[in-house]
Design a protein around this ligand. Sequence first.
Ligand SMILES: [Zn+2]
Length: 434
Amino acid sequence: MLSGFVAFVTLTAADPRRIYTSLPVAQGLWTVNEHPHYTRMAYNSPPMTLILLQNANLFAPQKRGICSVLVGGGKVLAIAPEGESLGLSGVPVELLDLEGARLIPGFVDCHAHITGGGGEDGASTKVPAPLLRHFTTAGVTSVVGLLGTDDVTRATAELLASSRSLRESGISAWCWTGGYHLPPKTLTGTLRGDIVHLDSVIGAGEIALSDHRSSQPTLEDLLKAAGDCHVGGLIARKAGVLHLHLGDGERGLELVRAALDTSEIPARVFHPTHINRRTILFEEALELAERGCHVDLTAFPVAENEDGFSAEQGLQRYLESGLPPERISVSSDGGGCLPVFDMDGRMTDMGVGTSASLPETLAKACELGIPLESALPAFTSNIANHLRLSGKGRVAEGCDADLLILSSKGKVDSVMAHGRWMVREGTCLEVGVT
Ligand SMILES: [Zn+2]
């Protein structure tokens, strides 16, 4: 599918240290000789090469047809439809002919346990943190990390460090502060303080509702947390969203309905996830979407005898419901454990979530007959817009060059983050710490 590079003249030195030495000291960066870890710092700087992706079948996520996409300095610099020139004559550029392969935005995964999750049957069941390649090979270029049930032995500081680690390694990362429980685990003492003072914190989550593992929050507890998110978001110009884990419990989304009925907090603040785990929960979520909430499907496996349904089925049902198509998203629960409990609340089995479920779900959604341009926003622009992740979730001039090339079978072929190739033709180029 890919014809490979046709290198004319490039601006990039092969040795990253040489690129690094050329960066101005005025930018506040170390020089090669001053810092012992210079190669790793250079590793995170955007490539200086101009790259022209030709004959891309672009879904941005809207269908754009065959286009050329020019990338440089970590950004999408220009897009030209087939037959139109970008006027690059004489400019050194790397050419890559996609030969009609589909080019889409990198996935935005709003729910991943970047420190690892689990631990619900003792410490030996804690799930290790996912590696960089678990995200990049799944096409994820932006991720929002969080703590779950175990917000006791796992800490907010660890979560922040994990998001910094992913950023240093080349992809984009943010956090939900807190965990399953209220009062929440925070770094500054309040949800509002964490959202205002900590750059990577965009809201709180995953606060658990209708689950035996929750802190059994009252309406008052929920309103206080949601109010903190809303006001923190206003002060810090962030999303200020309360990301809500929904369990299997009969109470479903009743607390969220009560919150909307009895408070002034905007519906967009309440962001329930795992809504496809039960049919009735999904129906409740549709009602909330009608009232202005953004709702999130989880791409976890669903057994045939379960009452819930898969994320692709949920997406199809949502899109057919006629509700605003921008209020739905799909996340992975990557790094989290997928536990099974008995009637006594004891864990009897567990799996491990992975971001690889996102491209699989997208491919299955297309197999169900959903056009790619209709399915794709739920994995990209919808959640980027809702969470105010500027420059993410779209392929457009000025946006970050977070790009994903799909194979003819809908698998992840190549992934670029901030203009840097992370995966090429199925091979992981940037492995991070392994
Ligand atoms: Zn959850």
